[in-house]
Write a protein that binds this ligand. Structure first.
Ligand code: NAP
Length: 271
């Protein structure tokens, strides 16, 4: 069994590889990267490095040789139509190259919109293309990365005693990349057959009042949450397009432990 992981120099991919190498022999792991020199440390650990560029089908055909399982980490390209094309090129190469099982990191909150017959976003469309390819698949539907808290003015809130946000019935299921990486490594480290779908979200959501309570604990002084319709930030437009409130036990079950607490998750954004 050889597993190719794309985006291996990225934040999620690198954490998955680091965790996976403690679960399976390094010789079974192949890191797919664009910057070979950045991945030199992996070669020293016995991990093969292959050049993978979603925009270059010839690189994909070469990279999938001898690969039985391929983890496609979704492209970070800003344009979803480009992302979909990139993903489809990986799927086609996997199919043509004899890959048995394709895993894809999508998004938990982007399923098919209720009432619509067809998927309408890059992750659902990619999943549809994978299913149509006939490859065996696993969909790792990731929760929202915790990163968005970084633009909420947490440090300012701790100084002023007020976490000021746009009004709304916000409920978040945001998780850390390290939790997601642990779940992905658990899936990759286990031989499995058949199609699987995992909703990699926490079993509970949190809201801005919870966040203010955690900031109070960290600051050691009261931080209250206040809504203000005058708050303008692109993050609210982004968040309002997603229903980030769905929950699942899949992530905790795969990790074998609860998700990282809200407090521990936000600490890196307070440094
Ligand atoms: N769940 C969420 O809330 C959320 C939020 C943001 C993004 N995402 C998705 O999650 C993915 C992984 O997250 P991350 O934090 O690991 O992102 P990241 O650190 O930006 O890593 C993305 C990886 O994709 C690689 N890549 C970019 N274009 C490529 C191409 N044309 N061909 C092959 N590889 C390419 C990059 O390679 P280089 O190192 O060579 O640049 C990088 O290694 C993102 O790409 C995005 O699709 C999810």
């Amino acid at each position: 069994m050889r597993i190719l992981i794309t985006g291996a120099n990225g934040q999620l991919g690198s954490q998955i590889i680091e965790l996976l190498r403690h679960r399976i022999p390094a010789g079974q792991i192949v890191a797919g990267v664009r910057q070979m020199e950045q991945a030199a440390h992996l070669r020293e650990q016995g991990i093969e490095i292959r050049y993978v560029d979603y925009d270059m089908p010839e690189s994909l055909s070469a990279a999938v040789q001898g690969i039985s399982r391929l983890l496609l980490i979704s492209s970070p390209h800003q344009d979803d139509s480009v992302r979909l094309t990139q993903h489809k090129q990986v799927i086609a190469a996997a199919k043509a190259g004899g890959v048995k099982h394709l895993l894809y990191t999508g998004l938990a909150f982007s399923g098919w919109t209720a009432g619509k017959d067809t998927p309408d976003n890059v992750h659902a469309l990619t999943e549809q293309a994978i299913a149509a390819s006939g490859l065996e698949y696993t969909f790792l539907r990731n929760g929202l990365y915790m990163d968005f808290v970084g633009v909420l003015g947490l440090k300012e809130a701790m100084s002023s005693g007020e976490l000021v946000t746009a009004p709304g019935p916000w409920a978040f299921n945001a998780v850390t990349r390290s939790d997601l990486a642990l779940a992905a490594a658990a899936v990759l480290g286990t031989e499995a057959s058949g199609n699987k779908i995992y909703e990699l979200t926490a079993s509970q959501t949190w809201d801005f009042a919870d966040l203010a309570a955690v900031l109070t604990e960290v600051a050691g002084s009261k931080v209250v949450h206040r809504e203000d319709a005058g708050v303008q930030h692109w993050i609210y437009a982004f968040l309002s397009r997603l229903d980030t409130s769905s929950t699942s036990r899949d992530l905790e079950q795969l990790m074998g432990r609860p998700v990282t607490t809200l407090k521990d998750s936000i600490l890196p954004f307070l440094e």
